[in-house]
Ligand binder design. Structure first.
Ligand SMILES: NC(=O)c1ccc[n+]([C@@H]2O[C@H](COP(=O)([O-])OP(=O)(O)OC[C@H]3O[C@@H](n4cnc5c(N)ncnc54)[C@H](OP(=O)(O)O)[C@@H]3O)[C@@H](O)[C@H]2O)c1
Length: 257
């Protein structure tokens, strides 16, 4: 049975992706800080181990790694949990340095620490690391200097990891705008109802994982649904959506909340 670790699975992209993979027969180890929300997010899923905690806490990360051992394999590490920083986001000249450090702890240090802990079983399975990125990693938006530079560091970390670890597929995945709690915090008071639901990006990620492209940086928009593909990285499979390992025989299962 394929197995994944997904951080930040109580809401948004992490929650949708976790429920979609569990629906396809994957075993999962998931986390988030708020235990009640996490339990609600995985309610009814029988192949999911939920471990409440903070990815910046070494003891919590060790608990995640320990939960993988009895499952016997690890095919995917999705570093999805993220910290935006203050809202509204401050300009760099007045950015509180303690907050800046916290943004880096969550978005860069914790993902690397999990990669270090889990590289053994991931490599043994020929698995994948997905580090969830952002367009703020590549575009310079005023106010996004903390979060954006941390995501840029995560992108470069992903690229170097790919160069060092030919036995792993290493992806920086930019999901695009999503109508989530984090996005609302980034745009306080704004109506974000025109942003796509996280189901759209999660479905693109599953298509990417199914196609197993070379390590690199990909956007959700590179992996549109079948029928909307023209060219580019996601165009390799013009037929049915590809087979994310799916022992339950539900290759085209709808991404479920
Ligand atoms: N939303 C967007 O428009 C957008 C755009 C580009 C990139 N992204 C990226 O996409 C990913 C998912 O974002 P989202 O919008 O889905 O976020 P979200 O809805 O706010 O969910 C974030 C998840 O991460 C958990 N989390 C946060 N800090 C954590 C920590 N220190 N330890 C463990 N869990 C933690 C949260 O639960 P707790 O609060 O209970 O811990 C929650 O489950 C992030 O990497 C984000 O940077 C988002």
């Amino acid at each position: 049975m394929p197995t994944a670790v997904i951080t930040g699975a109580s809401q948004g992209l992490g929650r949708v992706t976790a429920r979609a993979l569990a629906g396809r027969g994957w075993s999962l180890v998931v986390d988030a800080r708020h235990a009640g929300q996490l339990a609600e997010a995985v309610d009814g899923l029988t192949t999911v181990t939920a471990i409440p905690g903070d990815v910046t806490d070494p003891a919590h990360r060790a608990a995640i790694a320990a939960a993988i051992t009895p499952l016997g394999r690890l095919d995917l590490l999705m570093n999805n949990a993220s910290h935006l920083g203050p809202s509204p986001q401050p300009a760099l000249r007045s950015y509180p340095l303690a907050e800046f450090g916290q943004v880096y702890q969550t978005n860069v240090l914790a993902p690397l620490a999990l990669i270090q802990l889990l590289a053994g079983p991931l490599t043994a399975a020929g698995g994948a690391v997905v580090n969830v990125s952002s367009d703020a990693a590549t575009d310079a938006y005023p106010g996004w200097g903390g979060y954006g530079s941390a995501k840029a560091a995560l992108d470069q970390l992903t690229a170097v990891l790919a160069a060092e670890e030919p036995g792993l597929r290493c992806y920086a995945f930019d999901p695009g705008d999503m109508r989530t709690a984090m996005h609302q915090r980034a745009f306080p008071g704004e109506d974000i109802s025109d942003r796509p639901e996280p189901e759209v990006a999660a479905a693109a990620l599953l298509r990417l994982l199914g196609q197993q492209p070379p390590s690199g940086r990909y956007r959700a928009s590179d992996y549109p649904p079948a029928g909307l593909r023209s060219a580019g990285p996601g165009a390799a499979d013009p037929g049915a959506d590809p087979a994310v390992p799916d022992p339950a025989g539900q290759q085209n299962a709808t991404v479920a909340r």
